[in-house]
Design a protein around this ligand. Structure first.
Ligand SMILES: [Zn+2]
Length: 233
């Protein structure tokens, strides 16, 4: 009964106008109109460097990149909120499709020589959170990417989140890393060995989540590890 109600609500609530400018969306557009996609957000890495903003990367990470910088009008924040808390799964796939373009332009054939060896690793969420939300938003983004690029998404049982971590905003970076380290468990290292792994997440803030995950998969011997997120805070 509740599920039915929720599904109905989503359909009604799904916007037909652009969340950026309020214009009516065309049938092809989803959430954002084409002009907003191309003009509203800043590229956090216009020089196509190995990191956005000169971050020091852990040894095993070869690049960290993001699609959009958080904008002053908080349009991206609205989108991320929809994706995470309002059950708008289509948002994730749309963002993934946009990300695919960026990844293929910047990383495939340059940083990563062979696309067929690329595997996407969405940052795992705990099953309790997944049950509550109905999906893992990072996985939806990864699926959107895989739809356009000839790459695979790692199954959810390869690396799992075993610990339900509380919001960590009050912890410093080291404390977060420590807290997170036990949160991920690598269960099928053979699926990572020799592959070019790209960790996918919605937002990159301090990097603690992605960096911890990269350290957890490093012993499996990936050919390389990159990090790609939609937002860069
Ligand atoms: Zn717009």
């Amino acid at each position: 009964m509740f599920a039915l109600f929720k599904e109905g609500l989503e359909q009604i609530a799904f916007p037909t106008t652009c969340v950026g400018c309020g214009d009516i969306l065309s049938g092809q557009e989803n959430l954002l109109c084409e002009p907003c996609i191309t003009t509203r957000f800043d590229d956090p890495n216009p020089a196509n460097a190995d990191t956005c903003g000169g971050l020091i990367l852990p040894d095993e990470v070869s690049f960290q990149d993001a699609m959009w910088l958080y904008d002053k009008e908080s349009v991206l924040q609205t989108i991320m909120r929809m994706l995470k808390y309002e059950g708008m799964a289509e948002t994730g796939q749309m963002l993934g499709r946009l990300a695919a373009e960026r990844i293929s332009k910047r990383h495939l054939a340059t940083r990563i020589p062979l696309a067929e060896e690329v595997i996407l690793l969405p940052v795992p969420i705990h099953k309790r959170r997944k049950t509550k939300r109905g999906y893992n938003q990072a996985r939806l983004i990864a699926e959107g990417i895989a739809e356009l690029l000839d790459v695979q998404v790692l199954p959810a049982d390869v690396v799992v989140r075993v610990k339900h971590t509380v919001t960590q905003t009050k912890f410093n970076f080291d404390k977060r890393m420590q807290n997170l380290k036990q949160a991920f468990e690598l269960r099928k290292p053979e699926q990572i060995e020799g592959r070019h792994v790209i960790i996918i997440d919605d937002v990159f803030t301090t990097g603690s989540t992605c960096f911890t995950l990269s350290s957890v998969i490093a012993p499996a011997g990936p050919a390389s590890v990159g990090i790609f997120t939609i937002g860069m805070a």
